[in-house]
Design a protein around this ligand. Structure first.
Ligand SMILES: [Zn+2]
Length: 181
C-alpha cells in the first residue's frame, strides 16, 4: 500500500524515533503496532486525543491512558479536559491520533445529509441549517495529517512542559504511523 507523504511506518522497534525511547509514545507503538504484552499499568502515563470514529480501536493495557475522543482528534474547546488530565492526572505526554478517511474532511459537503438527519431526530430544517453553519467551520479539517500537525503545535504552545506527538491511524491496516513534522 502506498503511504501518504510525511508518514512513517513503525513495524519494528528500530523504527521508533530515538526521542520517543523511554516515553509513553514508545510504549503506545509497542502495544498497538508491535504486539507487546498488555500488562496493567500502575498509573496513567499518557493522554490520547483521537477521533470518535467507530472504526478504530487501540490495543493498549488497562490504566495506560486517558482517552479523549472528539471529531477529528480536534481538542479545541476541550482544553479543560486536557488540563484536567495534566494537572490532576499528572500525565506529561499527549498523543494526538488522526485517522485516514475522517468524516471531518469535506464536512461542508455534508450539509444536506446533516439537515435531513437532524429533521429525523426532531429538529426543524432552518434550525438544523443554521446550527450547521454556526459549528461546522470549527470542526471541518482539510487533511487529517496536516490537521494533527497543527494541533500538535497549538497544544505545545499552550502546555510548554508537556511532550506532544502526532500520529495517524490508518484504517486500511489498523496501524499507527508517525506523522513527520
Ligand atoms: Zn474522524
Amino acid at each position: 500500500m502506498m503511504l501518504e507523504v510525511g508518514l512513517q511506518a513503525v513495524n519494528r522497534t528500530e523504527d521508533i524515533p530515538l526521542e520517543y525511547i523511554g516515553t509513553p509514545f514508545e510504549r503506545l507503538l509497542c502495544f498497538h503496532n508491535l504486539g507487546a504484552p498488555l500488562e496493567r499499568c500502575e498509573r496513567a502515563e499518557l493522554l490520547i486525543g483521537m477521533c470518535m470514529d467507530n472504526r478504530k480501536v487501540l490495543r493498549t493495557p488497562e490504566n495506560f491512558a486517558f482517552v479523549l475522543r472528539t471529531t477529528g482528534a480536534n481538542l479545541r474547546h476541550n482544553e479543560f479536559r486536557v488540563s484536567y488530565a495534566l494537572s490532576i492526572g499528572g500525565v506529561r505526554h499527549i498523543a494526538l491520533i488522526a485517522h485516514t478517511n475522517c468524516g471531518m474532511v469535506g464536512l461542508s459537503r455534508k450539509l444536506p445529509a446533516f439537515v435531513q438527519g437532524m429533521i429525523e431526530v426532531g429538529w426543524n430544517e432552518q434550525e438544523a441549517r443554521e446550527y450547521f453553519f454556526q459549528y461546522a467551520p470549527f470542526f471541518e479539517i482539510e487533511n487529517e495529517a496536516d490537521f494533527v500537525r497543527l494541533e500538535t503545535k497549538r497544544l505545545r504552545e499552550k502546555y510548554p512542559n508537556v511532550q506532544i506527538a502526532p500520529f495517524l491511524y490508518q484504517l486500511e491496516d489498523n496501524r499507527l504511523y508517525l506523522v513527520e513534522e
